[in-house]
Structure formats: C-alpha cells, structure tokens
Write a protein that binds this ligand. Sequence first.
Ligand code: ADP
Length: 867
Amino acid sequence: MENLASGKEENEAENIYRTLVEELPLPVALYTGREMRVSQVNKALLKVWGKDSSVIGKTFSEALPEMEGQPFAQILDEVYTSGIAYHAKEDKVDLVIDGQLQTFYFTFTYKPLKDQSGKVWGILNTATDVTELVLTRKGLSQAEEGMHFALDAAKLGTWDLDLLTNESSLDERCRELFGFTAEESGNYELLSMKVAAEDREKFRKSVIEALNPDGQGHYDVIFRTSSGENNPRWLRSLGRAYFNDKKIAYRFAGTIQDISRDIEAAKEQQKFLMLVENSSDLIGVTDLAGNVTYLNKAGQELVGLKSPAEYKRPSSDYLVAEDLSELQESINTAIFTKGRWTGEMRYRNFETGELIPCQLNAFVINDPETKEIIGMASVTRDLRFDRARNMEQQKLISLVENSADLMSILEPNGINSYINKAGRDLLGFENEEQALQMPISELHSPEDFELVKREVLPSLARDGRWAGKMMVKHLKTGEIFPVYNSSVRIDDPITGETLAVGAFMRDMRAEVAAQKAQAESEKLFRSITTAAPTALWLADENLSFTFVNQMWIDWTGEPLEKHLNKGWLDMIFKEDRQLVTDKLTTDFNARKAHESQFRLSTPDGEVRYVICTGNPQYHDNGSFSGYIGACVDITELNQLQRQKDEFIGIASHELKTPVTSIKAYAQVLESMFRNSGDEKKADMVKKMDLQINRLTNLIGDLLDVTKIQTGKLQLNDSDFDFNEMVRELIEDLQRTTKRHTIIEKYGETGVIYADRERIGQVITNLISNAIKYSPNAEKIVVTTSVEGNEIKLCVEDFGIGIPQDKRDKVFEQFYRVSGDKQHTFPGLGLGLYISSEIIRREGGRIWVNSQEGTGSKFCFSLPRDRR
Ligand code: ADP
C-alpha cells in the first residue's frame, strides 16, 4: 500500500480503487495487524453483516461479537500466522440481522497480504452469499428424494399388448406383481389365470369392455391375485385400448399398481365407521351449507327418525330455534377461533316432539391436504340419563351432608376436599373454606398425629382400610377427645392408583362417659354386694353361676372361680345336694321363684344352715337372662328355734302336773260345797274348774306341738261310726254358745278306721274356731259326706273370713290373726297346725275356702279304708 500511496496520481488511483471496492456487489473486507482490525469493508459486506461503517477501526471480534463461538476469528488468526489462504465453500454462518439470529451460507476466502519480506500484515476477505443457492438445492434434493420414494412405494408396473401380433411385454415390476416366475412368459391367458378365481370373471369382463370398438377404450379394474391366499394382494390396473381407423384394437397398454395397503386402510376406515355408527353418543356431520349429511344410529333413534334417508335435512331442524339464536354468537366465535364449541342444547324428537337436553361437542372438519374447512361434525350426549343420575347423586350427597357423623374425603396431599356439616361442627371449623384448607395434621395433637402417621396411614396403604379409636382436637376449644374412625382407601378402578381416602368419624365422648358411668355403677354394685350381710348369686340363662359375692366366698372359704358354673354345688352338704339341685332345676325350667334350705360346710368344719332364694330375670326385650338370688344364714335362727321348742316342751310338761292336781282339788272342793248345800260356793268352784279346763287344753296343745316336733305324736286307730262321733261332739259344743245354732247335715259316712280322739280334737277345733271367728253370725253348718274313697267333713261359718294371702298360713305353727284382732280373739295359733298334722298323719287332706268379711269353710277328708 505504501508503494501505491505516493503522489497525487497515486492518491487518485487509491480513491478510484476504494470507490470500486465500496460499490462492488461482492462483499469485501480488509483486516490489518495481528488484532484483525477492520480497516476497510464495502457496502455489500456491511449489508451481509447487518452493520454500518462504525465497525471500521474495530477488531474483528469487537465488530462482530455474535461470531463468538463460531470458528472465524480462529481461522483468521491461523491464516495470519501461517500465511496460507483459507477457502470455504458454502460454509454456514449465523448472523444477527434485524435483531434476529439467521443462518446464511457463504463461499468465502481469507487471503493473507504480505510485504516484500513475506511478512503478513493483513487479510483480504472476499465472500459470496450462497444462502439461496444452498437452500434451493437442499429443497430440490428433498423433492427428488420424495418422488423417488413415491414411485418406489407405488410399485407401478407397466404392460403392453400388441393385439395384432399377440405379443405382450410386461416390465419387471408388472411380472413381480402378478407373481410370474422367471421362466413364465406373460401372455394374456396366463395373466388372467394369475387373477384370483373369484375376481377372474370381473377381470375378463373389463378387458372385453375396454376392447369394445364402440366404447372409450378405458380400462380400470381392481382384483386380487391368486398367490398368497390368506393375505391376498390387491392390484389395480389402469389402461387404454388403441383403435385404428377401422375401429380395430391394435394395442392395449397400461400400468399396474399394488393397492393392498389402500384396501387395508379402507378396512380400517370401515372399522371406524362401524364404531361411529354404533356409538351410544349421537354423532353427526353437516356440510358447509348446514345440511346434515350423516347421522349415526343413536342419533336417528334420539331424534325419532324411522329411516336413515330422513336425516338429510338442515341441522336447524333438529334444534330449538331459541337455543340457536341464544347461542349462535358464542358458537360462531368458538368455531372460528378454536375450531370447536362445547355446550348444552336441546334436540327435538320428531316423533314425540319431546325436547331432549343434550351436551353438544361440535368441531370443524378440515381437508387433511388443503386444510380447508369442508364441514362440521358433532358428538352429542343425551343428558336425561345424566340428569337422573345427578339427582341420585344429589340425594346421596344430601344424605352424607345431613349425616349425624363426620364424613369426609381426604386427598393424597393431606387436605380434605370434602367434609360434611356434622364433621365441620364436630371439629369446630368456622366455615367450609376453612375446612377445605386445613391439613389433617392440624386436627390432632402432635403426639396423636404421630400415631396416625405410624398406624393409620400405613394400614390404609397396605390393607386399603383402617378402623379404630383415635383422638382428635377441636379447633376452637382445643379439647382433645376420642372418636371412632373408619377409613377406606378409594382407588381408581382402572389404573389402581390411589385417588383419595373416605373417612367416617363418630364422636365417642358420650359413649366413653356412659362406659365410665357404667364402670362406676358396677363398682358401686360390687361394694354394696360385698358389704351385704347376705350372700348373693347370679346365674345365666343356662343356670351357670356367673357371680357370687364376698359373703358366700367367706362362708365357704373358697375363691370366686371355684363357685362359677356349677362349682357352687360342691359346697353343699352331700345329703342336701341332690334335693337342692332338683328343686333349683325344676324352678329354673318353670322360671319360678326358687327357695331352698340346705347346709354348707364351713372352712372351720362347722355346719352352716342357709336359706336361699332366687328370682328369674329378663332382658329389656323380654327374653330370659338368668336368675338373681340371695342366701341368708339361718344357723343361729335354727338354734334359737330349737331352744324355744325345747323350752315349750319342758314348760308345758312342768305345767301339766300342778294343773292336774289343781283340777283334782277343785273337783273335790266342788262336791264338798254341794254336799254341804253351799250352792253359791259350789258354782264358783265349778267356774274355776272350767277355766282350769281351758288351761289344760292350752297345755295340751303345747304338749301336742312338742310331740309333733319330736315325732312322738301317737295315733291309736280303731273302727268307729263317724257321724255318731260328730253328733256327740256337736251336742257338747252347742252348749258352749248361746248365739249360734249348729246345723248338722250328714251324709252316709259309715264306719271309719282312725284315731277317734284325735279326729274329734280336729273337729272340735274347727267348730270352736267357727264359733270364735263369727261373733255376729247365728249359724254354723257342719256337713259330712262321702266322695269317692274319702269321707269329707266341712265346717262353714259366716264370720270374719280370712284374707286371700293368709289362707295357706293358717295351718302353720303359731300363725295368728294379725293386728288389733289379735286381742279380740284369744288363742295360741296352734289348733290348725296340730289339726293339719293329725289329718296328714291319718293320710288325709285339710284345706280352707274363705272370703274376708263373708265367712270361711274349713274341710278335711280321710281315706275310707285305710286298713
Ligand atoms: P287360734 O284360733 O288359737 O288363733 P288356730 O290355729 O286355730 O289358732 O287358728 C289360726 C288362725 O287362723 C287364727 O288365729 C285365725 O286368724 C284363723 N282362723 C281359724 N279359723 C278361722 C275361722 N273360722 N274364721 C276366720 N279365721 C280363722
């Protein structure tokens, strides 16, 4: 350069060059120095770079920062150091043009510029933008490749028949498609034999048609070849017959193509069509004019069409005008912006006129090649069923919502997506939103939630369910209380993936409180029974003992378990055991109140007398539950009873002797007074004697009781006339009362074998009682009779009578009228007891019929022939 730049001409020459370079359509640049400073760059290259002249004076890297990462700076450096030029052909360069990174292809040269000594001082960069060329070539090669592929895929073969010479020429592909072997020559006859039998007729017919001199000479036939039976090859042959002026066909030629793939595709299409045709959803297609061109079976049914032909009508016919006008705008917008519209509309049933709510899914159909809109399709769902189902669902939801227990659905993220009203109240949620945001970890104390994590969640993951007691926390009051929780994992029925957990919770506070109260009452019951002075027992419905109290345990000296079931029986004296078992079993089977007396052996070897009672128990529903009973220790009572009996025996015996001598003295005294004529004194002693008789009778009764109890009552049986004895007794007894008349009614009793004295004592007792207990009555009726094998005697009075519940008691020892009557009617309460013992010993029966305030009728019967 320095050489050039000398003098004016040189300057001018430089200017000319510079201008030339500036305007050159080829991009040119000059970089100088090791740092590659852009010292010159023409307009063409600035345009390529997308820069202006401000890059002049900058280094290559400063001028073109976007080149970083591309190898140009390095190449330049190499050219500079090596002094060897670099040529690139169609190299890819990424440049920023108008703020966008674009790819270009360049053919360029970096030429080193050297001084005389051969030292490089700069690099000349010339380039040609070949981007368009490269891209066009690329596109071309792609098209070429595609064509090649298409031809290949089409597997087009050619055939040509010279009809005059009858020579045929089939190309290789044609022969292959027909399935000719190498040896076979392709004449027409053989060719038609290669056609599958079922298509051969069709094949021949179309050949004849093509060769028809009056026709067009066109030939187009689809047929199968006979090779490959299961998977036949489908071929399509297209051709033409050529005719001369005389209308004689001289040449027949055409192509042949394998269309098996198209046929398969058509079959697939057919399957889709079947699917659509039989879909339970309504599927329809309309053309651009809005006329329905297809409607599947479900659709025809829904709108009540009888024949498929009827569906070809404007789509507006199917719909309700108001729906259409209301929705038209939204439909149009959706279809034009998104190509589809989804919404609800009513369909009209042509047959019934019913308007059917439907969910409509409409979309445009584009031509797959041109992308032009060619029509619309819609898939429609009858909503009536869904609505009904929704209502069912609604009912279920309202059930759940109104349940008294908590019901919730827990999502895998640990937050409830549903919790019913009862649940929100139970846990103290402010409102629904709060309930649906609160993680379940907040619904327990930290320790309790640890338990949930450790037990409940793993069990749900493993078994799909968990049920049990857990503690929860009330959000407002902070109270921690027990609930019964039952949770089930809800899985997707198809994928098996866990969707959620359904939980149920019942407040257990009331139950726990009730349990506590029951436990307390049980405790109370136990302490009462332990403290009770009586022994208590419980038996179940099978007469198995389930409980005895401490008192029984103390009596027997054996622990509780020894008495359970039938164990308690072992404690009873051997001699009494069978009797008690029998009595208890009988009462138990009859569900009757039980009473028995028996002896127990005590731990210290003593005998304990007890009297046990039991009463049947029933559940609330009325079913039998077992027995509850009590036992009282009567050992001491028995002891006292014995002492009393002994005392009575001794006392009456001791009384008898002095009374007997008093009576003897009284009788002597009476006769002495009578003899001396002192009647007044004699009458007084007589009255004394009568009182002594009463005393003697009382002592006699006491002695009789003692005799009965000690088994010493002697009976001296003999034959006697029963009525006669009764007559004699009544004669005496009538004298003791002025008020009453004793009416006698005799039956044919005859002779009886018994103790005359003792039977007389019974009759006397009955008539005396009748007189005594009917102070205001005027008569007493005595009847004798024979009934079967028995003699019967009855004494009827019209006196005070006996209350119903006391009727059996009157025959017991010492039983007496109670209350204020005790003093009105004197007596010891022994007469009937002795009488009943006598009758029993004689093998008879004694009983009473009575009505309080009206009177009583005492009767006994005796066997007639006891001998
Ligand atoms: P007592 O007459 O000495 O009291 P009893 O053994 O003869 O003793 O009678 C027992 C009880 O039966 C009487 O106290 C009385 O209450 C009742 N009784 C007996 N006979 C009659 C009767 N005819 N009418 C009403 N009560 C009677």
